[in-house]
Write a protein that binds this ligand. Structure first.
Ligand code: EPZ
Length: 414
């Protein structure tokens, strides 16, 4: 979709089942190229990044078939080690095919990836750690040419990069000896990838801790249910808080959302956690202590923009510090169009609540920034338009229908 038309000022009310996690399914889809045989995935979210990744895998000769909500992938006919550069250039997670194809084939030719522009997003942590395990990598005409299965050994990450951890896990599947990853990312998506790989016969321990160990093993097909999307859940909770609504979310894991739930409680929301569910009753919102993003289990960077949008009318001022990405306040100009009072300086942003927001037109700049604009439009009085709404399609499946099911007045503009 390109443009959203929203009439704001109404509270979101109702129940939603959280969809499968974008940031869990994308590495798992890449991993399918490393697993000989057939895997079956349940709970894949209906989002564009999954569609693009499926097209990339099909271009590599994998056969994919979806029926009754199950995605079956057969990699028996895997051919070639070079994903389509146009498709791969659309999303950053395509770089994970580097590790998967190295494990399977001992070689990979990966175009430099695309995805949300959130400042510099180098690949040095991916490449240096793979080279430390003996992989030969050179860059030619915008492509990474990689040769050689990793030898066993230790890969130390100076920063717990999610993608670099995932790439090492995948490459280690084809290593000639045990691989230990020190300084690994601990995100729940890492644990879901490890759970999938263990179901395929991989011998992985330490996932969720800073020290991962992967030992050589014979891999085979498996069935796996993708974990719920904690970022989609955070987005919906922030939207309910911003609009003074009440929301029941099901099919999620509340403990994965701890920092977000705590901040929303501090802001004045009443939150009840159940087994696989969270209920939020919004109250008059107040400013909260500094929101400092960081690697898991800190406050997640992907929830920074939605949380900022939720606090635009809170009483008082909230300081945000974005420590993960260098340019992740690109949604701020769009939020100001709705009347928000936000000052930024480098990685700091200070949001001071205003009495009311008014309708506006604003352009989405990235996936979570676009979500923040939608939240502001829902909380604003009057009509709004969100342009470049295609960013939202990347990570929020059936967004308009799901918003309408909560009482929002929102349409896609032709
Ligand atoms: C994953 O991106 C997620 N994407 C991001 O979600 C998420 O924001 C991020 O992890 C942090 O949690 C997917 O899982 C598909 P990183 P990734 O490597 O792997 C720097 C969303 O909205 N860095 O942990 O790219 C990097 O520039 C997306 O769903 C290097 O310097 O994140 C960034 O500043 C956005 N060199 C920081 O580390 C490297 O080689 C964190 O990046 C790699 C990363």
């Amino acid at each position: 979709m390109e443009r959203l038309h929203i009439t704001g000022g109404r509270p979101l009310r109702g129940t939603l089942a959280v969809q499968g996690s974008k940031n869990a399914v994308l590495p798992i889809l890449a991993a399918a190229a490393a697993v000989p045989g057939r895997v079956v995935l349940a709970n894949c979210p209906p989002i564009r990044d999954v569609a693009v990744t499926r097209a990339i895998l099909e271009g590599l000769g994998l056969s994919l078939r979806e029926e009754k909500g199950l995605l079956t992938i057969d990699s028996a006919e895997l051919r070639g080690c070079a994903p389509d550069p146009v498709l791969a250039g659309q999303l950053r997670s395509s770089v994970l095919l580097l590790g998967a194809l190295l494990a399977r084939l001992g070689r990979a030719e990966i175009p430099l990836p695309g995805g949300c522009v959130l400042g510099a997003r180098p690949l040095d942590l991916h490449l240096r750690s793979l080279e430390a395990l003996g992989v030969e990598i050179c860059c030619r005409e915008g492509r990474l040419l990689c040769r050689g299965r990793p030898r066993g050994g230790v890969a130390a990450l100076p920063y717990p990069s999610v993608g670099a951890t995932e790439n090492l896990m995948l490459a280690a599947l084809g290593a000639r000896g045990p691989v230990r990853v020190l300084g690994a990312a601990r995100e729940p998506e890492i644990r879901d990838l490890a759970a999938f790989l263990r179901a395929c016969g991989a011998r992985i321990t330490g996932d969720g801790s800073p020290c991962l160990r992967i030992e050589p093993a014979i891999l085979h097909g498996a069935v796996h249910r993708v974990q719920p999307d904690r970022m989609e859940a955070a987005t919906w909770l922030c939207a309910a808080a911003a609009t003074g609504g009440s929301l029941r979310l099901t099919r999620l894991e509340p403990q994965q959302l701890r920092p977000v739930l705590e901040l929303l409680r501090q802001a004045g929301c009443r939150i009840r956690e159940g087994r696989g569910s969270v209920c939020l009753e919004a109250g008059p919102l107040r400013a909260v202590g500094p929101v400092v993003t960081g690697p898991y289990p800190a406050f997640p960077t992907d929830a920074q923009a939605p949380m900022m949008a939720a606090l635009l009318r809170a009483q008082g001022c909230t300081l945000f510090e974005e420590t993960v990405f260098s340019e992740r306040f690109r949604h701020v100009p769009g939020l100001r169009a709705f009347g928000a009072r936000i000052e930024t300086r480098g990685r700091l942003a200070r949001v001071c609540g205003v009495e009311a927001l008014h309708g506006a037109e604003a352009a989405a700049t990235d996936l979570r920034g676009g979500a923040a604009l939608v939240i502001a439009a829902l909380a604003a009085r009057g009509e709004s338009r969100i342009t470049q709404a295609r960013h939202l399609d990347r990570g929020y499946g059936e967004l308009v229908r799901r918003l309408q099911s909560l009482g929002a007045t929102v349409e896609v503009e032709k």
